[in-house]
Design a protein around this ligand. Structure first.
Ligand code: AMP
Ligand code: MG
Length: 358
């Protein structure tokens, strides 16, 4: 019997430090949504640096306990190996703008971090003092993705020096979003969407075959108010921005994304960058990298990735939407024709930046 109104199931939960919402369509959707939640919780148990028994915590603890040197490191699950290998690849491709060992700096700056978007007045923590230059220099010396060894064959990973730390905050949610779609597929779901704290991943299109609509959040407006939207199918769209999580001290806003090369929160002229890629993990890692690099160098990276060869992952069809401090929107060429603006702002596209946009 033909069903006129397709069945669907949805869920909203708190996972990986953020809101996890999902919607799956079809007769198998109920079990799929439940199984997906279990899977994300399981991955959080492997990836979180705040859960003592996680793979990442064991790695970080080993780097404190045995000074790293000569030690064999810790043995971890295949999922952790995979996300770390991708992290190292993105670290390398982005010239260290993304750095999976940035945690000592993140921890230093996060002492007073505000985790959700709040009205600016509430976001001010009067007692918070930005770290001293000495503390920043000390933490910065511990950061360097080349110090992380991932031996996929043996399953062992290790950090070279005492005090080094890995943080999957910039990429782990993307991996989890990919796994949710995997769970859906395995259970016979062919249409669904996931939003894991700004990591949107789409399985197919809507049940009627039309694309899903993914909005680009207006950084200055309430959540859900968008600058424009993209019709998308079977891809992931991941946003890194300065508006969801930040710290404001004496009127100055500090991003939760740190430039590993300076040791300071990023000030790259961007309010947000949304990356569209087939793999959510890749979109996640790259959106963090591009936020660090800024518009000009970000476009250069994306263009160079069109030719990337001998990589573990495919970077050739990655697209991006940049929103600048001047509220201008810049698109990579492949999505210029499908972006629909909702507010009257400057919208440009291409591999070079038009004059006056930043
Ligand atoms: P996202 O929201 O995906 O851009 O990731 C931001 C999170 O990634 C932060 O909360 C940190 O945990 C971590 N992070 C901050 N700066 C970097 C960086 N330069 N490279 C990799 N991860 C970072
Ligand atoms: Mg990211």
């Amino acid at each position: 019997m033909l069903r006129r109104t397709p069945e669907w199931s949805s869920g909203t939960d708190f996972c990986m430090g953020t809101v996890f919402s999902q919607r799956a369509y079809g007769v198998n959707s109920r079990g799929a949504v439940r199984a997906a939640l279990r899977e994300v919780r399981r991955l959080e148990g492997l990836f979180s640096r705040f859960i003592e028994s996680s793979d990442i915590s064991r790695l970080n603890a080993a780097a404190v306990a045995d000074h790293g040197r000569g030690a064999r490191g810790v043995r971890v699950r295949p999922e952790t190996l995979r996300v770390l290998e991708a992290s190292l690849e993105i670290s390398r491709l982005s010239g260290g703008a993304f750095d999976v060992t940035v945690a000592p700096l993140v921890a230093l700056w996060a002492a007073g971090e505000v985790k959700t978007a709040l009205p600016p007045d509430d976001a001010v923590k009067p007692s918070y003092k930005p770290p001293s230059d000495e503390a920043i220099a000390h933490a910065r010396a511990l950061v360097g993705y080349r110090s992380l060894t991932v031996d996929a064959a043996s399953g062992f990973i290790r950090l070279a020096s005492k005090g080094q730390m890995v943080d999957l905050g910039g990429i782990g949610k993307g991996f989890a979003a990919d796994r949710v779609l995997e769970v859906y597929r395995r259970r016979g779901v062919v249409s669904g969407m996931v939003d894991l704290g700004g990591n949107v991943a789409l399985l197919g299109g809507k049940p009627d075959g039309s694309p899903f609509t993914v909005g680009i959040q207006d950084p200055d407006a309430a959540r859900g108010e968008c600058l424009g939207f993209l019709p998308l199918k079977d891809v992931s769209a991941v946003t890194s921005g300065d508006y969801e999580r930040y710290l404001e001290v004496s009127g100055k806003r500090y991003s939760h994304i740190i430039d590993p090369r300076t040791g300071y929160p990023v000030e790259s002229g961007l309010r947000s960058v949304t990356v569209i890629a087939r793999e959510s993990m890749i979109a996640d890692g790259l959106s963090t990298a591009l936020f660090v690099l800024g518009l000009e160098r970000g476009l250069e990276l994306l263009r160079a990735l069109r030719e990337a060869s001998r990589t573990l992952h495919d970077y050739r069809s990655v697209e991006a939407v940049f929103v600048t401090h001047t509220r201008a929107v810049h698109l990579t060429p492949g999505i210029a024709d499908v972006y629909t603006p909702l507010v009257p702002l400057s919208v440009t596209s291409g591999w070079s930046i038009p004059a006056g946009i930043i």
